[in-house]
Structures are given as structure tokens and as C-alpha cells.
Design a protein. Sequence first.
Length: 474
Amino acid sequence: MVSRRNFLGGAGAVTAAVSAAAVSQVAMAALPEPVLQDKPDTMPPLLPATGRPYKPVVTLNGWTLPWRMNQGVKEFHLVAEPVVREMSPGFKAHLWGYNGQSPGPTIEVVEGDRVRIFVTNKLPEHTSIHWHGQRLPNGMDGVAGLNQPAIPTGKTFVYEFVARRPGTFMYHPHADEMTQMAMGMMGFWITHPKAKHPLIDEVDRDFVFLLNAYDIDPGAYTPKIMTMLDFNLWSWNSRVFPGIDTLNVRKNDKVRIRIGNLTMTNHPIHLHGHEFLVTGTDGGPTPRSTRWYEVTTDVAVGQMRQIEFLADEEGDWAFHCHKSHHTMNAMGHDVPTMIGVDHREVVKKITKLVPDYMVMAERGMADMAEMTMPLPDNTAPMMSGDGRFGSVEMGGMFTMLKVRKDQKPGDYKDPGWFKHPAGTVAYEWTGALAEPARFKAESAGAMPAKNMPVQDIEVQVRKPNTSKGGHAGH
Ligand SMILES: [Cu+2]
């Protein structure tokens, strides 16, 4: 749950000693109390108690930062600090983040709000925050050395600007950026429209999450910050499947999902069972004439894509990155493809030398999901997660959209597995199998093959193995 921690040391004692009337003045002159989150749960939407009204978003496995109003200014307090993030059940990573978590909390404001953000640096090195996509004074843009001096360890800087245009933005350091983003420092920023906007529709559910990636060796806790492409943990809001919460909606809800990419490669995000429109980018809402239906949209590096659809098909629908290596968790991928290789003779020989020798993946990799081979401590299984019918054989950037007609409006709880109506699940054919017709058709082509070899040639396919432990080039 959200907790409050006093970073000001003796300030609490000071305010207790002065009169009640003076307390609020003293408190308003001080920093807003930083609010911290110690759990990776998806928190319910934070309804605005002060300031102008808006319909809040829900951050997947995250939360929205509370604020205080100070003479018409919306004040937030971000604390950059080392955090322990549970990336999936049983797997904790030592990251850097904001206010107890990585990513940091989502900041939600309204178009036209004057915003003041206090940033306290509790990291072992300097930092800064860049407000990706915002219109603001140049000196508030957060590039250390260019727009401001970096925030030294132990110091607090203040950013202040008016949220000029509605949209979806991100925040992240612009000081030792490679290290600090590889360690998980990032967050989302939503500026809601101040009035009905011709290009921004009202929706029933509004989800947000960031795409991020880490390279953490199995059994280790801290990301390797020098990695450029060979990441082994592909995460949404610093969570990997089965640690990513499901997106639970009511049938016929209009749903918006805002996805920002702060990894170093692109991610084609794919939704099953529905078609969506891309209704916004970091640049703002897209003109209606530019919208067309998709089931996959590529979110490139440093981009935000906002998708919208009508959730009118009940069920548990997969929602994932379409790069198949991004729906797996850490493992050495330095494994040659063994599909179709008959190991029986060679295994007999090897077992004489290495009694424990185990053949991996000669029928594919599906066995890996059920393999009981012990993993090092603090390691997410490469692919796991049980569905209603068995292992889903996934990891990384994968979760589900759960559409239910009896989900209550505003209820974000997981409804459990979908109960399929009778006769609507793929089933085994148990009748006689007819001989495939294609053999008879083969020679009847309009363009008969010429110069074919007299004998059939058999080819053994073996995937090239270009790097050590590699996701090279992904
Ligand atoms: Cu991906």
C-alpha cells in the first residue's frame, strides 16, 4: 500500500511545536511529503480530490502519485532512489526508480494546470528528469548540462511549468541516461483535456504502461547496464509474465491503452479478438482521417502509442509483444535448434561419460515450461504461467485482456478464467483421417517444375548461432 515517509528529519517535530494555524503555512512552505508505494500491484484509479476533475487512468502494476494544491499550483514530490522491484512472483530485482518503485508513479494533471515537481535525489550519483513530449520553458526540459546543472546526490531541485497540451507523455533521467534507464528510472505522465476535445473520446477504461527491458543474469539481482541489445527480460512496467496483471474490462466497454517504449528496440504490440485504432502518439491525438483498424501496432523506441477499441467479445484474449523472443524470460539462448535431430545413439555414448546428461528441446521448447529442473534462486522461469487448459508457455511481454459481461463498471478485479460456452472450444477429432488430397494435385500445377533433381534432397536446418548467450540483433 501507499505509505508516507518523512524525508525532512526534524520537520515533523517543528510543526508539532507550532500552533495549528501556523502548521498549514509551515507545511506549505516546505516540500510536499513524498508518497511511497511498496507493492507492485495495479492500484485502482486515483480520483482527483482536489484540482479540476478528470477521468483517471489505471497504471498496470503501478499507481498514480498523489499531489497537493498550493495556491493553485499542483505540487508533486518525486524521490529518485534505489528500489527493490518484484518483477514476477519469487523474482526480485534491485533497480533504481522513484518513490519506492520502478517505473515511478504516473503523474496525472489537467491541460492548463500549473505544475511544480520537487525531485529529491537519493541515488549514489547525480540525476535529472526530462519531461518527454511536453511543451515547456527550455530550462525545465531536464537535460543535465544543457538545460540545467545535474541534481547532485542528496539535493532537491524544483521543476515548474504549465501542462500546455493534453496527451500522454513520459519522464526519465537525462543524466547518465544509459545507466539510469537500464536500472529502471522512468514513468508516465498524463495530461487530461480540460474540456471535451474533438479528437479525444470518453472511454470506460484507460490503461497505461511502459515497455522496458533488463539484462539480469539468472540468479542475479542487478541489471547489467552495459547491455545494448541482448536484454533477457522484456517487461511491462518492470514486470514479466506471469507477473503482469491482466486488463479486466466489462463487455462493451470502450477501452484505451497507452503504451510508451523506453527500451532500445521496437515492440509490435498485438491484441487478440478485437481490432483497435491508434488514436494518439506522443505528439497528441491523431486526426480521425489517419486512423485505421489494426490488430498489431509497432511501438518504436522513444514512442508512445495510444490504442482504442470496443471490448465486445467475451473471453480471455492474449495481449503481447509479437516478437516471440520478447515473450520469454531469462535463459541462455545459446542453444542450437535440435528439432528433428535424433539423439538416441549419441545420448547412449554421452551418458557413458556424463551420467546426468539431459537432452533439451529435441521436440521443440514446450517441454521447458513443465521442466522441473531446478532454477537458480531469484530467477523467473523462461516460460510459464498456467491458463485454464495448461501451461501458456510464455514469459516477458505477455498478459491477457479479460472481457466479461458481468464485470462491474469500475471494477478492475481479475474475474478468473473464462468459462467457454459449450461447443466453443477447439476439440480433438476422433473420426477417421482422410488421406491428404495434395499429393494427387501436385503434378497438376499450371507451371510444372523444370530441372528438378532426380532424387529428393533432404536438408537439415540448424539455426545459425551468432553470439554467446545471445538475443543478438533483436
Ligand atoms: Cu517486444
